[in-house]
Design a protein. Structure first.
Length: 133
């Protein structure tokens, strides 16, 4: 039976959950050996991706990408984190920021499979479409 990368990630998470550093290192070594023996090392990056998703969900951590035209100041980043913590019922938000002058102003927030586009560019495009009608 073929084991999926998601199943491997879940098994790895369960084998390290609640363990101390030494036990975690041993579990990871054993897991790596298993992948080598089964000739499934090509799945490692996908397993890591799923492992992070599983552990972040279990620990109520969420990731979000924020795109702005200029760098965010610390207070604005903190407000965005607070908003997302309430929205996603998360204890912690990992914020990845990107500077994109092409959005002209405002903000674009991506989390999970959702996008909140509050960019000036999007508003101008919506206004242009409205004026065409």
């Amino acid at each position: 039976m073929k084991i999926t990368s998601k199943q491997y990630a879940q098994a790895l998470y369960e084998s390290v959950e609640g363990k101390n550093k030494k036990e975690i290192e041993e579990a990871i070594r054993n897991f790596a050996r298993l992948l080598v023996v089964r000739r499934e090392t090509a799945m490692v990056s996908e397993i890591i991706k799923y492992f992070l998703e599983i552990s972040e969900k279990a620990e109520a951590v969420a990731r979000a990408k924020v795109k702005t035209a200029r760098p965010l100041d610390k207070s604005t980043a903190a407000e965005i984190k607070k908003y997302l913590m309430r929205l996603l019922a998360a204890k912690e938000i990992i914020l990845e920021t990107e500077i994109d002058p092409g959005i002209l102003g405002g903000i674009v927030i991506q989390y999970k499979d959702k996008v909140i586009d509050g960019s000036l560019r999007a508003k101008l495009e919506a206004l242009r479409e409205k004026m065409k009608r």
